[in-house]
Design a protein around this ligand. Sequence first.
Ligand SMILES: Cc1cc2nc3c(=O)[nH]c(=O)nc-3n(C[C@H](O)[C@H](O)[C@H](O)COP(=O)(O)OP(=O)(O)OC[C@H]3O[C@@H](n4cnc5c(N)ncnc54)[C@H](O)[C@@H]3O)c2cc1C
Length: 408
Amino acid sequence: MAISQHDVIIIGAGAAGLMCAISAGKRGRNVLVLDHSRKAGNKIMVSGGGRCNFTNYYVEPNRYISQNPHFCKSALSRYTQWDFIAMVDKHGLPYSEKEEGQLFSDQKAKAILDMMLQEVSEVKAQIQLETVVEKIRQLDLSEAPNRFQLITSKGAYQCESLVIATGGLSMPTMGASGFGYQVAEQFGLNLLPRTPALVPFTLQPDEKAFTEPLSGLSTPARLSCNGVSFLGGLLFTHRGLSGPAVLQVSSYWTAGDQLEINLIPELDLEEHLKSLRHSKPKTELRTVINEYLPSRLAKAILEQWLKQPVLEAGEKGISVGDLSNAQINNIANRIQRWIPNLNGTEGYRTAEVTLGGVDTNELSSKTMEAKKVPNLHFIGEVVDVSGHLGGFNFQWAWASGWVAGEVV
Ligand SMILES: Cc1cc2nc3c(=O)[nH]c(=O)nc-3n(C[C@H](O)[C@H](O)[C@H](O)COP(=O)(O)OP(=O)(O)OC[C@H]3O[C@@H](n4cnc5c(N)ncnc54)[C@H](O)[C@@H]3O)c2cc1C
């Protein structure tokens, strides 16, 4: 059986794998990228709502979640957002900043993928798709020391450096698999528990009765969980809650935790109602609520959450001057400290990333090489480093891929 020989084999033609191929290829290494999917860069294609939020102006280590918050610093400082922006500029691709430094392609996400594929081909790295890796083993001294052998559905390969860039578990329909974790286990590397993150919440039936009719409505909110809070859009869906602030806070939530939602984050509602009670006592409660919330949401809150004081007042509606301190406190609590009855999350089916993965204690932060297994590297999402929403996950994939490519 002929064995195809390479300096570097990268398993996974996603964001991290492609960047690693570019970086190693620039050094003249003979690089082969293997992927079991029919297409490279599936997640780049669907990212950022089809526009790829490829990085962020404000990349900081505190935008990443990991058991070791320092691990990401080295790679992020050596391949920065400015390096990626320079590549996008070199290719003349237009992009725009959305909120908080998030950079999106003005063209379809495919433009970013095409740029990566062009760079890969310029450095003469090869990509071979629809290839299932069946077996990996490190050759022993009597064979060819320090080389890996891969048996795949398309033949046998050997390489000096092996890079695992198979991503996380989210969106199995896009080619996600637990393969990278199996390789880590095979070589005795510790794995940290994995959970879906940047993921919408589902609700219990009683709570859904309130939210379902609001499906499609988006409103600014502050969401807090475990001492962390995010301000941003909250979107009511058929299944529960989504939107940027919901996805962000989901990365800090574990089953059983309470989530608190402030639907009027810009105001102290209790203080406001008390002050109106003195200054404009005839103001109707419904007018105040309507002023700060979208009308569908205001109506639902008045009819369902604040049913009692509103109904008691009858057709004429209740004025703030008629509200007791206890009622004001109750109204403010309902609207600004809503604790939804959660069922869970939508899971890996819709999660944008996986928290946890290969324990960073097992890897060099400079090269992403396994400390116990020379020439075996793990990059991208398979590693226990997950970013906030906003381009931080791609920046981690680019940075970790680049630094590994400089040494393999
Ligand atoms: C819907 C969605 C939108 C997103 N939008 C953004 C965004 O706008 N900005 C942002 O920063 N992040 C975004 N993300 C997150 C981002 O896509 C990931 O963090 C990033 O792609 C991780 O890069 P990676 O190379 O580690 O893994 P991936 O990009 O997932 O690549 C892994 C590759 O490995 C291959 N593979 C898996 N198993 C095997 C196997 N057994 N054998 C061979 N190949 C295998 C896969 O086919 C895939 O090509 C989004 C994620 C999703 C799901």
